[in-house]
Design a protein around this ligand. Structure first.
Ligand code: SIN
Length: 344
């Protein structure tokens, strides 16, 4: 297993201590930063809003474990899940203040600071997660996400939650016209508002941690989310119908406070980058597997399932064309034109 071998001041001090101890006791002591006081370690506080049993929750834990193991405890990643430390609306401010060092918000929640990033929210923009990854990692995709640097944010990766489905408690959504008049909870993104406006549905923006309550107390009729988020919070138990529409992508940008990142020694940055790369690939695979598992699971629940056919999807896509027009008019042409669906 790859070990942390960078030359840092702490390493040097411990190297000397090891020599000293071994010469006194003729015993070998591995460099073990676990012995350091909290103030001597590098602590990364990582806050997110979903459950531990989701792809994001599991990837956050894996990241923390690998960092601890490969830095021999020099770097400690403290993960706060379920919005226990900060809710959606709060975590970005906490990151800017430096109260936490790392977050992984849904991309839709970054559209207030970089509106063009809502290209990821466009309905039926991607046919597969591989297409999303290809776009995000392309030159134009990186130009887009790197706009977050102007906000003191370093983008250190992309994790998936998957494609969103639509659930509600009023009626089956088989045709897009079935959404008319329904009140749908969405994440804060003008493209998502426009999407439902085009289908004559009302929207309400709420934090993820309140979704269970707003569905339960009838403040909204339904919502759109990925199967892992829906099952992890038992949201399907409050809804009668779910449509497997796979109409929109939900993914996360892994963000560090840039000042904090720049304050880290180069070898620490390199170690974190390598681990994040490994975790990203692991997370992408995990999301695909979990999404399939959750689909099987939900088929046995007391919720009526409808799956859009490929033909239906084309019809929805056509109906939702004004959302693309809105994006082009308000944000940019080039980020849309670079989408894989417009490349052939
Ligand atoms: C998340 O997956 O981080 C939250 C998604 C949502 O707000 O619906």
């Amino acid at each position: 297993m790859k070990q942390f071998t960078g030359i840092s001041a702490l390493y040097f001090i411990f190297f000397l201590s090891v020599i000293f101890l071994t010469s006194c006791q003729s015993t070998e002591y591995p460099v073990d930063y676990e012995q350091l006081g909290k103030e001597e370690r590098i602590v990364i506080r990582f806050s997110h809003v979903v459950g531990e049993d989701t792809p994001k929750g599991m990837a956050a834990r894996k990241f923390a474990e690998l960092v601890k193991e490969r830095s021999n405890g020099l770097i400690e990643v403290q993960v706060f899940s379920n919005g226990t430390l900060y809710k959606d609306g709060e975590e970005m401010n906490a990151l800017s203040r430096g109260d936490i060092q790392m977050i992984a918000p849904a991309i839709s929640k970054l559209t207030d600071i970089v509106p063009e990033i809502s290209v990821f929210d466009l309905p039926f923009a991607f046919n597969s997660l591989d297409e999303v990854h290809e776009y995000a990692l392309s030159d134009i995709g990186e130009k887009l996400t790197n706009r977050l640097k102007n906000h003191n944010l370093l983008v250190a990766g992309l994790w998936d939650s998957g494609f969103k489905q639509i659930s509600n408690s009023i009626r089956p959504i088989e045709h897009y016209s079935d959404l008319e008049g329904l009140r749908i909870r969405i994440m804060p993104s003008d493209i998502l508002t426009k999407q439902y406006e085009t289908l004559n549905a009302e929207t309400k923006r709420t934090d993820f941690v309140t979704v269970f309550n707003v569905l339960q107390n009838g403040n909204v009729d339904g919502h759109e989310n990925t199967l892992t988020n829906i099952t992890s919070k038992n949201l399907y138990s409050l809804q009668n119908y779910i449509t497997i529409s796979n109409h929109g992508y939900l993914g996360y940008l892994i963000l560090f406070n840039y000042d904090f990142w720049n304050s880290l020694p180069e070898d620490v940055q390199q170690l974190l980058t390598e681990i994040l790369q490994e975790v990203q690939e692991w997370e992408w695979q995990l999301t695909k597997e979990m999404d399939q598992e959750k689909l099987q699971e939900i088929q046995h629940c007391a919720i009526q399932l409808h799956t859009l056919s490929e033909e239906d999807k084309l019809e929805w896509e056509e109906k939702l064309q004004p959302v693309y027009d809105y994006y082009r008019e308000h944000y940019s042409e080039r980020f849309i034109d670079a989408l894989p669906k417009f490349q052939n």
